[in-house]
Design a protein around this ligand. Structure first.
Ligand code: BGC
Length: 421
């Protein structure tokens, strides 16, 4: 649980030009965002991050980011301007302010030495400075992607109080009363200018509260989930780059879901329950069953003859499969993805019970949530089931505000600037 120093949510009145950087997976994005009320204009460029950069020295990663920022500035003719930048950095950080955040540990396959325990805003600003006077950018705020997701949604829906990411990794944030944050070392009175919103809940939200980044992906790292972890969960964990860490994440997120399915398929085949007891070289290869296959398979209906399932099995070189095998593969995918949706729902219900407000909107984003055809429905059902009696969430809405995360960062940036000035 990390306080984020973000003390309020946008209300749709934000305006201006903003630069944003989004780093959290195998790509990173640079965005130029113009907000005009609820209209958002965006220019955006995606840069790949190679395996060498994901595992090489941290300074190389930050130098590459600075180089791409400069390319972006040149391409959009922004070299004359001094731009302030909002940095969405989707890894666990202990924030010491809006512009000071120490990386606690890498997740999602990154291992760059020299970054853990360091202030990542300083590392970025130093990399920018190393490029000399050709680039004029100052990082003015750092935030987690869950915070970006919540703020993006709050821009349009003032009842948003919880932000959830279900993608390569998973995590959630929520609005908490300052007096319940025992580690809070910031100001209790800021922001001084508390706008009057038509919505009472929202006015309350922007007064004495702060967004907490729960880093729920690390739940279970102290054995809390051992009672439900299976043998194959242990196999996934041991083979990962961070054994013993991010246990909840490894049972839910896109980085691990395909691998879990693969392990179950291989086990069933070896036990002669699938594919006439035969596997294939691809099926035996770690990481070869992509999580996107799970979503693809779940789009199949038996009446359509399992077209997608067959296509995936063909791609994996599985030769001897029957219609029954297809049905069983479907069932395995359903079970593993339902478990993930239910675990995420348990986390969401816990946060909603804690927030204890009527009509709360949960902002959800991430590739797993967006592309899996049944994830949303499963989460809606289970979350409602797990809410405390007496909590009225008649219009609980799991919402994906945009298929593009860019306005998220824009809103963050606008909001942060508004409250630090
Ligand atoms: C990181 C979180 C992030 C989540 C979703 C996790 O691995 O620890 O900070 O929010 O992935 O991107």
């Amino acid at each position: 649980m990390y306080p984020t120093y973000v003390r309020g949510l946008p209300d749709g009145s934000e305006r201006g030009h903003f630069l944003a950087l989004d780093l959290g997976g195998t790509n990173f994005r640079v965005l130029l965002i113009t907000l005009k009320g609820i209209d958002v204009e965006m220019k955006n460029k995606i840069f790949p991050i190679s395996q060498e950069l994901m595992h090489g020295e941290g300074t190389l990663l930050f130098d590459y980011i600075a180089e791409c920022l400069e390319m972006f500035q040149r391409e959009y003719n922004l070299m004359q301007d001094t731009l302030s930048l909002g940095f969405t950095f989707s890894f666990p950080c202990k924030q010491e302010g809006l512009t000071k955040a120490r990386l606690v540990k890498w997740t999602k396959g990154f291992t760059c030495p020299g970054v853990e325990n360091e202030d990542v805003v300083r590392l970025l600003n130093e990399a920018i400075a190393r490029r000399g006077s050709s680039i004029n950018i100052q990082c003015t705020a750092l935030l987690n992607d869950t915070v970006g997701c919540l703020m993006s949604c709050a821009f349009l829906d003032h009842n948003s109080m919880v932000g959830v990411i279900l993608g390569t990794g998973t995590n959630a944030c929520y609005m908490e009363h300052l007096d319940k944050v025992l580690t809070w070392d910031g100001d209790f009175d800021e922001p001084k200018r508390v706008e009057q919103s038509e919505n009472v809940q929202h006015s309350d939200a922007i007064s004495r509260k702060v967004i907490i980044n729960t880093e729920w992906g690390a739940f279970g790292d102290n054995g809390e989930l051992d009672f439900i972890r299976t043998d194959l969960d242990h196999v996934v964990d041991k083979a990962s780059l961070n054994p013993g860490k991010q246990i909840f994440e490894k049972m839910i997120s896109g980085m691990y879901m395909g691998e879990l399915v693969r392990l179950v398929l291989v086990k069933c085949a070896r036990d002669e329950l699938l594919f006439s007891g035969e596997t294939s070289q691809d099926l035996e290869t770690q990481g070869r069953f992509y999580t996107k296959y799970v979503s693809k398979l779940k789009r199949d209906e038996e009446s359509e003859g399992y077209t997608n399932t067959k296509q995936v099995l063909d791609e994996l070189g599985v030769e001897k499969y029957t219609m029954d095998d297809c049905r069983h593969v479907q069932y395995i995918c359903s079970t593993i993805s339902s478990r993930a949706a239910y675990l995420a729902s348990a986390g969401i219900a816990t946060l909603l019970n804690r927030v204890n407000l009527p009509n709360v909107t949960v902002a959800v984003d991430g590739s797993l949530y967006r592309f899996h055809p049944h994830f949303h429905r499963r989460m809606m059902e289970k979350t409602k089931e797990l809410l405390d009696n007496g909590i009225q969430v008649s219009d609980l809405l799991l919402t994906c505000p945009s298929c593009d995360l860019s306005p998220v960062v824009g809103c963050n940036e606008v909001h942060l600037l508004r409250y630090i000035t």
